[in-house]
Design a binder for this molecule. Sequence first.
Ligand code: FES
Ligand code: FES
Length: 159
Amino acid sequence: MSARKINLTVNGRAVEAEVEARVNLADFLRQTLALTGTHLGCEHGVCGACTVIVDGRPARACLMLAVQADGAKVETVESLGTPEALSELQLAFRDRHALQCGFCTPGMLMTIEALLRVEAAPTREQIRDVLSGNLCRCTGYQAIVDAALDAAEARRGTR
Ligand code: FES
Ligand code: FES
């Protein structure tokens, strides 16, 4: 097997690692870096559970090889907040009951996080549009969209 050395930044931390060329970014994050917040559902780019932010844009970690992240800035759900200090978005999800089993939630959070960075005041339709790539088996999306709107408002400091 051909291991390659990669250097990247994960959640603000410089990471140097040797990875097999076949290892996808999601497995690398989970198994090598123990960042298990990134979930794998379909492993085919369909469900969005594995969504992380790569160089500022949401990306399917199951469709990207770890070696492709060489030199990139990767952010996972672990970067958003801590149990003691949740981010506005995490607080909004909690307050709106926007998760049930929670399996798809990390991908939802990272998808919305990426949106809120480029669109401070998204419409309900914009939120629904970006979330169309995140499949949730548990719940309707109403509370999730409400949470995204709340988080946007909180970030704008208008409440
Ligand atoms: S696990 Fe990556 S999109 Fe489903
Ligand atoms: S909260 Fe269970 S799959 Fe989305």
